[in-house]
Design a protein around this ligand. Sequence first.
Ligand code: BES
Ligand code: MN
Ligand code: ZN
Length: 499
Amino acid sequence: MKINTTTASALAQPTLAVVLLAFEKEQVSGPSGLQGMLRRVTDKEFKGANKQLLLLHTAGKLAAPRVLLVGLGKRQKFNAEILRRAMGLATRKLRRAGLDHAAVQIRADLDGCPTPDAVRILVEAALLASYEFARFKVPDDNATELKSLTLCVPAGTDLRAVRQIVARTQTIVEAANYAREIGNLPGNVVFPSVLADYARQLAREEGLKCTVLNKSALEKQGFGGLLAVGSGSSHEPQLIVLEYRGSPDPGAQPVALVGKALTFDSGGITLKHGDKMDEMKFDKCGGLAVLGALRAAAQLKLPLNILGVIAAAENLPSATSYRPGDVVTSYKGREKRGVTIEVLSTDAEGRIVLGDALAYARERKPQAIIDIATLTGACVIALGSFIAGLLGNNEQLQERIRDAADRTGERVWPLPLADDYRDRIKSDVADIKNTAGREGGTITAAAFLEKYVGDTPWAHIDIAGTAWTTEERHYYAKGATGFGVRLIVETLSNWSTLK
Ligand code: BES
Ligand code: MN
Ligand code: ZN
């Protein structure tokens, strides 16, 4: 999508559709030729309710043949997310109507959403809403791609600054859509070595360093967790390591991003129910959030060093699978010995692969670790599919993630990591066990991960509910959402050492 910017009015744009945002019960004004018609529709069918859309023909009264009225709801209830959703709906409406060029008027009176924020949000929404997974199916309606969007900002706005915001936002959302595309690919197409290929290609394109530990390297170096989880599949597990160096101080400690990438999670010997098992192709989305965040960070040339670690495996039942009762030994890194895990459920595999990846990351002495994973069904029960779980050992880091979430609309909510939950993962035969029953499942999973981070500032984002959607939503088509890419990039932008 080509995004243009101008301080001229959207009503003057030679385009196919002019998008006008309207608050509830507001008179929409247009050029004199259209005014009568706009008054009639705003009296009747278009009241500007939140989510309301009305596509009108302009019958030669305007350079553009269509006007799309977009309701923002009550002015007192307005916020950034309402704007993002409105633009998402508008974008999808334009596409369905086959209108591939549009101009949107950015009003100066969007309370709490100054023009630079509005620009960012409209670009986010338009690009997120333009993505759909079309690799294996020709879309059956006459939907078109939105090829160009002209952002018409209030007169007097600094266009240079606006263009920088547009370029930055495009980079970030394209990285999110990149993560969504790979996330949507099924397990027969994307398995661990394919993810490694994606990482290598990204590294080539963006000048990152990429190291992939394949099965024999994992064996030599003692990644007992990742190997155990991957042992049932003919697709061998891979530990994918990406390094981005953007800090002016080349010796600066990196921020580590660690992602769970189960290219398919059947549960293994502790097999899941068949119901919705297909959705477990999305169990790689944490790893993809890491891949996407690194892509955007490199393209934006963020001034810090980033270490990305993606633990990729496929969890299947077979004669070679790991099994309940097994004790596996995690990667030890610089420690004397690796954490030992009593496996009670082969379906609680994410924490096992993350244990190895976190231990590996910690060995590199990062200044902070952020991990992201579709880790627990319990998180979906606790928070549903709109808000991700946030846990960790460092209040300041969590606060930064919460602040970033406020800006990107990828909501997170803190859950308490209390000692009582730490006690629940104690095992009779090993250092820890990999399940502690259903109660507080998201917290006990985080207590497990905590064993691997020591006192490194660490935050854990559980995206089990938010990584994909089974229904169309404002600016998301069905499928992977890319949740975490924008959130992590926002967290890393203007990064400063934690106090
Ligand atoms: N990948 C799943 C978690 C999940 C479930 C994500 C549903 C999204 C939707 C994870 O590997 C898993 O199976 N966790 C188990 C843990 C349990 C056995 C302690 C779960 O949540 O049921
Ligand atoms: Mn599982
Ligand atoms: Zn899983």
